[in-house]
Write a protein that binds this ligand. Structure first.
Ligand SMILES: [Zn+2]
Length: 257
């Protein structure tokens, strides 16, 4: 489908907008449209404030989805449009496509969100940036998020942080602030402990793989069979560290930034 036939070298290319310029545009209150060209599951972890999310399931569908979206919301495309993605690669295709579709004033964010994080204070961007490797998401300081993992089955990013159990909520309303603080810290410690366990398993797994051996299944008691770690999208339990590892490398091969 459409995207592959577009060779950016042979088409009118959209001018780059440097991250610092975008930062200035945002601070100045200039009227323009920020168009997120990433997939819906990436956008869910964070994007620019007021960015347009076209609910793309895959970049392959960009031509059809964008063209419908432009027809449905012409006012958003009658002013400057800044397209952006993770590292700027998808915009090399998306921005010329927008020009072909008749959008007059298109810019592409140079180096994408990651360059924006590097060159500016990150202001204007909300939450994290999804990345196609085992780190899953980075914050504006380019530090991996410790609370997000990728589901080995459906590939959705999943927050490790469980929602507070009902009983805790009830206790909090009854007790004093001091008590709340203790409970919060206890919960936090438990999450950190879970995270350490996951990472220990990953290290073991990598060691085994390096030695050319396939590891046995992690014994059930070591698996995180914990309802708080069940994937909310496909109901799989996020258990095996090896699944994360093999998934991450296969995703990296298939996807570009
Ligand atoms: Zn899942």
């Amino acid at each position: 489908m459409g995207v592959d036939r577009i060779n950016p070298a042979q088409n009118a290319s959209a001018p780059y907008l440097a991250p610092k310029e975008l930062r200035e545009w945002l601070a100045s209150g200039k009227e323009f449209t920020l168009l997120d060209t990433r997939n819906d599951y990436e956008i869910r972890l964070g994007t620019f404030k007021n960015a347009v999310d076209m609910q793309l399931d895959t970049f392959r569908n960009f031509p059809q989805i964008a063209s419908k979206y432009i027809q449905a919301h012409p006012e958003l495309f009658q002013r400057p449009v800044v397209s952006f993605c993770t590292g700027g690669i998808r915009c090399e295709k998306a921005a010329p496509l927008l020009l072909e579709m008749g959008v007059k004033d298109v810019y592409q964010l140079e180096g994408g969100i990651l360059q924006y994080f590097m060159d500016t204070d990150g202001e204007g961007y909300e939450n994290d940036c999804y990345v196609f490797d085992r780190r899953v998401s980075l914050n504006r300081h380019l530090k991996p998020s410790t609370s997000v993992r990728m589901c080995f089955q459906c590939r959705q990013p999943v927050h490790l942080t469980p929602t507070p159990p009902q009983q805790q909520v009830e206790a909090e309303t009854k007790d004093a602030t001091e008590n709340q603080q203790q409970q919060f810290e206890g919960q936090h410690e438990k999450e950190q402990q879970q995270q350490i366990e996951v990472e220990k398993n990953e290290v073991k797994e990598r060691k085994l793989q390096a030695e050319g051996r396939r590891s046995r299944q992690v014994p059930p008691n070591k698996m995180e069979i914990d309802s708080s770690l069940q994937c909310p999208f496909c109901s799989a339990f996020k258990v095996s560290a090896s699944s994360f590892a093999s998934l991450s490398s296969s995703v990296r091969k298939q996807s570009s930034l």
